[in-house]
Each structure stands twice: as structure tokens, then as C-alpha cells.
Design a protein around this ligand. Structure first.
Ligand code: HEM
Length: 342
């Protein structure tokens, strides 16, 4: 950018990056879109706090007020809802891109682990947000989901109390979930996102194939910022469009104890609900989800420790890691579809 001072967004990138790995076809912009969605969630979430009332008898009513009475409240709520659902999908796709291109290999192992923590954080944020709706439909998340925590060995009962605010679900539960959603999860997620993005640069920039000599075609960051701006505007336009045409779910206001017939897991935990139909709660709700996470966690440490093949889609040294990931994702999607068909 001759004659112009680079602005904040330029400084987020090195002056030039390798052209192939800087292209949209390598990252699909998925990490950047995750950051954008997080920002949309932070802004719309902040606006929702002005009207949401975190008490059991007023929470669901306040959501009705936001949706039907507050000027543009419906739009802010729909944006918050859709950004949260997209975030789960985009972060999962980002994980697939990272694994299929071998971007988890050294020196990016630590950043891969930070990413996995962010994935768990994203799911927990979505889960606690779902509970805050506090209508009849959120029964599953509140009762079945929190009961699973009780089954955890040693720490289970104490953790349960910490999460629901007492020995059983009651008056303190809504404010507990509100506290977790707003501060206990959002602030650590923000810190981790900053660390994760900073680590991308510390690790030598976006993963790329080591090349001999200095003849790699390079991309100027002005071009990169331009592409990122176009992608961000398209994502925002799509998000606004879907928020106008598709309202976020809103159920009838429910009194405690919540009616069991409305039980439904949020869509991203339907696979757990499917497992719970045929397996003991500890196996379905704790052992298998932790096992899936552990499998992903050990990929750069035990499954593929080789450094070659980085930045190559479906590289040979990463074959086992790719197969494990595909089996996990196909399994989760299949279970979700089975549960949807119930
Ligand atoms: C809230 C969730 C997340 C956010 C906001 C985020 C953000 C980003 C951004 C902005 C980048 C650089 C651009 C790109 O590669 O698209 C990146 C790269 C990376 N992310 Fe994430 N990420 C998240 C979750 C994850 C997850 C779940 C993993 C995997 C477990 C992960 C692992 C990585 C790795 C290893 C890199 C470096 C990739 C490379 O150099 O090719 N991230 N992330």
C-alpha cells in the first residue's frame, strides 16, 4: 500500500504470506469466519442483556418480550441464535480443514490443543445459551444434561452443584447458567481466541510447505485483507438474511418442574441423546464424548508425529489421523440423523 499507513487489520497479518496457503481455497476463511461470528455473538449478546431477566419465573417471558415487543429485539435475538448455530458448524469445518491439511503437526501442536479447547467452549456456550431460553423445549439440556454431570466419578456431585447452583435445579439455576454463559465461558473463550490467533503468527504464519530457496510466490497483506473483507461482508449479509426469514425457536413458557414430553437435546447433542436410548448414561453421556475428544487430542502426539505432509490436503503421513476423524464425524452425523428420525 504505497503512500498509505497500514491500518489495524493490516497489522494482524505479516507483510506477505505464501500465495498458495493464503488463498481462500486453502483455509476457506474458516478460522476468520469463526472470529467474526464470535464478535457478532458478543455484540448481539450484549444487547440482549439489557432485556433478558435471569430468573426462573421471568426468563422465558423476557424472551417473549424481546421477540415481540422490543424494537428490533427479534432481529438481535435471531442474529444471536443463528450466529451461534453457524459457529458450531464453522468451527467443526475448521477442525476438519486443520486435520485434512496436516496443520496440527509441529510446530502447531499447541495451537491445535487451544483450538480443541475452543471447540468444547463453543459447544458449552451454545448449550448454556439454549438453557437460558428456559422454555418447555429446553428441558433435556437442563435436566438430562446436568444429571449426566452428577455421574462423573469423584467430582460429579460438586460440579453439579457448581453448575446448577444447589443440590437440585431450582431458583438459583437460571442465574448460574447466565453467569457461566456471560462470564465463565465467554471471557475465557475471548482470551483463547486472541491467544490462538496470536499463535498462528508465532508458529510461523499459516501452515505451508517448506520450500527450498526463496522463490515461493507471495501474497501482499493488502490483498489478503481485501479477500477477508469480502468474505466477512458476504457472511454478514447471509446471517442478516437468514435472521430476517427464519425466526429463532421460541417455545411455550414452562414452569418448574419442566414437562418431560418436550424433552429434546440441542441439535449438536442429538447424537448423545441417541446414545442415551440404548446405553447407560455414564457410557453415553460421559465416557463416549470424552473418548471422542481424547482421540482428537492425541492425533499430533501419538497418531501422526511426522512433520512432512504439512499443508498438503489428505497427505500420506496423516492418513490414520484423517481416517479417525472421518469415522468420528460420520458416526456423529449418522447418530444425529437416527435421532432426528425418532
Ligand atoms: C472458536 C473457535 C476457533 C477460532 C475463532 C479459530 C480461529 C483461527 C484463525 C483465525 C486461524 C487462522 C486462519 C485459518 O486457519 O483459517 C486459525 C488457525 C488454526 N486453528 Fe483455529 N480457531 C478455532 C478453533 C479451532 C479448532 C477447533 C482447532 C482444532 C482442534 C483449531 C486449530 C487451528 C490450527 C492448528 C491453526 C493453524 C492452521 C494453519 O496454520 O494452517 N482451531 N484458527
Amino acid at each position: 500500500m504505497p503512500g498509505q499507513r497500514p491500518n489495524f487489520f493490516y497489522h494482524l497479518h505479516p507483510p506477505t504470506i505464501p500465495k498458495r496457503e493464503g488463498s481462500f481455497r486453502y483455509t476457506f476463511g474458516l478460522g476468520g469466519i469463526s472470529v467474526l461470528l464470535f464478535l457478532v455473538l458478543a455484540v448481539t449478546g450484549l444487547l440482549l442483556t439489557f432485556f433478558y431477566i435471569p430468573t426462573p419465573d421471568q426468563a422465558a417471558d423476557s424472551i417473549q418480550i424481546i421477540t415481540y415487543q422490543v424494537p428490533f429485539g427479534w432481529l438481535v435475538r435471531n442474529l444471536h441464535y443463528w450466529a451461534a448455530q453457524w459457529m458450531v458448524i464453522v468451527v467443526a469445518l475448521h477442525l476438519l480443514r486443520v486435520i485434512f491439511t496436516g496443520a496440527y503437526k509441529l510446530p502447531r501442536r499447541t495451537n491445535y490443543i487451544i483450538g480443541l479447547v475452543l471447540l468444547v467452549g463453543t459447544l458449552l456456550l451454545d448449550f448454556t445459551g439454549y438453557v437460558l431460553r428456559w422454555d418447555a423445549g429446553t428441558h433435556w439440556a437442563l435436566v438430562v444434561g446436568t444429571n449426566l454431570i452428577k455421574d462423573l466419578p469423584v467430582l460429579g456431585p460438586a460440579l453439579y452443584q457448581l453448575i446448577v447452583g444447589g443440590s437440585q435445579i431450582g431458583g438459583a439455576t437460571t442465574i448460574r447458567f447466565y453467569g457461566w454463559h456471560l462470564f465463565g465461558l465467554t471471557i475465557p473463550a475471548l482470551i483463547l481466541i486472541v491467544w490462538h490467533s496470536f499463535k498462528v503468527r508465532r508458529d510461523g504464519g499459516i501452515s505451508h510447505q517448506p520450500r527450498l530457496g526463496d522463490h515461493t510466490p507471495r501474497l501482499d497483506r493488502a490483498q489478503l485483507v481485501k479477500t477477508e473483507t469480502v468474505v466477512a461482508l458476504l457472511v454478514l449479509a447471509a446471517l442478516i438474511f437468514i435472521s430476517i426469514v427464519l425466526p429463532a425457536p421460541i417455545g411455550p413458557v414452562a414452569d418448574l418442574p419442566l414437562p418431560a414430553e418436550a424433552a429434546q437435546a440441542p441439535w449438536f447433542f442429538l447424537w448423545v441423546q441417541a446414545l442415551l436410548r440404548s446405553l447407560p448414561p455414564f457410557v453415553a453421556g460421559i465416557f463416549i464424548p470424552i473418548g471422542v475428544l481424547a482421540l482428537l487430542l492425541v492425533i499430533p502426539y501419538w497418531v501422526d508425529r511426522r512433520k512432512d505432509g504439512v499443508a498438503v490436503w489428505f497427505n500420506r503421513p496423516g492418513r490414520v489421523a484423517q481416517i479417525i476423524t472421518i469415522v468420528i464425524f460420520v458416526g456423529l452425523i449418522a447418530l444425529t440423523l437416527v435421532e432426528l428420525g425418532q
